[in-house]
Design a protein around this ligand. Structure first.
Ligand code: PEP
Ligand code: MN
Length: 272
């Protein structure tokens, strides 16, 4: 039978992909921790968080400059000024940057300035955006759509790869279910399911996956235990004052403890 996932599937590529992105490895046993605020807000904010997450063991800095918000009246990011602040944070900490692209209007800036281009859940099936970003050939972090199946996620990755990009990282970030106790239902079974089908690295976002900061640690540990290749975690130095997603943001101190425990879980499994 012809391979449905021609480029992302294991049929034509049985071994795990390992990507070396700006000197940081992910996949095939290399675990990447991406951390930072939901949104870039000010220079002191992003610099302080960048330094803290680096000290705690993060390998990439995240931060939204262009934010897809449900309400048009909510803070929607600093735009290109936010990208400039991320570049300052990268220069000062040496952490590569991960940030979301929403529009093809900014392809050139993202191509020049961003280490991993994030495609958010809301744009997972925005095929023109997938093709345009795919043509850049830069590493992409593709988040699972709010109500998308694993098949749809893998086919979205195919769109990016068929356009010319090899380095696609998949992200389970929770899906819509009838449950209201959490913001989304984090589908951790997606990790082993995707890994059986695909050679691409799979990371987990326990922040959007649950919506509550106190649920981030248990789900991060569970993600490490079920074979994820990394985590993306929202960290804020003043979560109560965050302009976006404060409820699900952990403090740098909590984040440090999460990274410590994740490493213990990974060691335990490697030695089991
Ligand atoms: C984010 O990472 O801040 C974000 C908006 O995520 P998602 O696209 O998964 O909702
Ligand atoms: Mn967020």
């Amino acid at each position: 039978m012809a391979e449905k996932y021609k480029l992302s599937g294991r049929g034509n590529h049985p071994e795990d992909s390992i990507f070396d992105i700006s000197g940081r490895k992910i996949g095939g046993g290399n675990f990447a921790v991406i951390a930072g605020p939901c949104s870039v807000e000010t220079e002191p904010q992003i610099l302080s968080i960048a330094r803290d997450v680096k000290n705690a063991g993060a390998s990439f800095l995240r931060g939204g400059a262009f934010k897809p918000r449900t309400s048009p009246y909510a803070f929607s990011g600093l735009g290109l000024d936010g990208l400039d602040l991320l570049k300052i944070a990268r220069a000062k900490t040496d952490l590569p940057i991960v940030t979301e692209i929403m529009s093809i209007d900014y392809l050139e800036q993202f191509a020049n300035d961003v280490d991993i281009i994030q495609i958010g859940a809301r744009n997972m099936q925005n095929y023109d955006l997938l093709h345009a970003v795919g043509r850049l050939g830069k590493p992409v972090l593709l988040k699972r759509g709010l109500s998308s199946t694993i098949d749809e996620l893998l086919l979205a990755a195919e769109h990016i790869m068929a356009s010319g990009t090899e380095e696609v990282i998949l992200c389970e970030r929770g899906i819509r279910t009838f449950e209201t106790a959490t913001r989304n239902t984090l589908d951790l079974s997606a990790v082993p399911v995707i890994k059986a089908l695909s050679h691409l690295p799979v990371i987990v976002d326990p922040s959007h996956g649950t919506g509550y900061w106190n649920l981030v640690e248990p789900m991060a540990l569970a993600a490490a235990a079920c074979g994820a290749d990394g985590l993306i975690i929202e960290v804020h130095n003043h979560p109560e004052a965050a302009l976006c997603d404060g409820e699900q943001s952990v403090t740098p101190g909590v984040f440090k403890n999460i990274v410590r425990k994740v490493n213990i879980v990974r060691d335990a499994i490697a030695n089991a």
